[in-house]
Design a binder for this molecule. Structure first.
Ligand code: SF4
Length: 115
């Protein structure tokens, strides 16, 4: 069975075909990143999570955050639940880590705006 998808890693948008019965062999990718993406997307899809968390003592009440690496898609909801209870104190800078190694994924939650 062949699965078709568009690689979203860069603006080229290669049309990938993944051969599920042939060890998820990917064709149509113009670079190796697309091969890894197509395979992972079918076997273990991952996503970057973006959200907002509360700020104490700053001008703004909330600050945007994201995972610094993609995490398994099935952990996204749990990740969002954890972030609901996370609060930070102003001042902080873009890239500062607010949660290290969230859910043991190897990904950190980082701030994406100075506060
Ligand atoms: S396969 Fe490579 S070149 Fe093609 S869209 Fe993906 S990242 Fe871009």
């Amino acid at each position: 069975m062949m699965k078709e998808m568009i690689c979203i890693l860069c603006p080229v948008g290669c049309h990938l075909s993944i051969d599920v019965e042939n060890d998820y062999k990917v064709t149509g990718n113009s670079c190796p990143r697309g091969g890894v993406y197509g395979r992972e997307e079918l076997i273990a899809p991952k996503r970057v999570v973006t959200s907002t968390i509360r700020v104490l003592g700053g001008i703004h009440n909330m600050v945007p955050v994201k995972t610094d690496k993609s995490i398994p898609k099935e952990l996204m909801f749990e990740c969002m639940e954890i972030l609901k209870d996370v609060k930070v104190k102003s001042p902080m800078n873009v890239g500062d880590i607010v949660v290290e190694n969230i859910l043991n994924t190897g990904s950190n939650i980082v701030i994406t705006r100075d506060i």
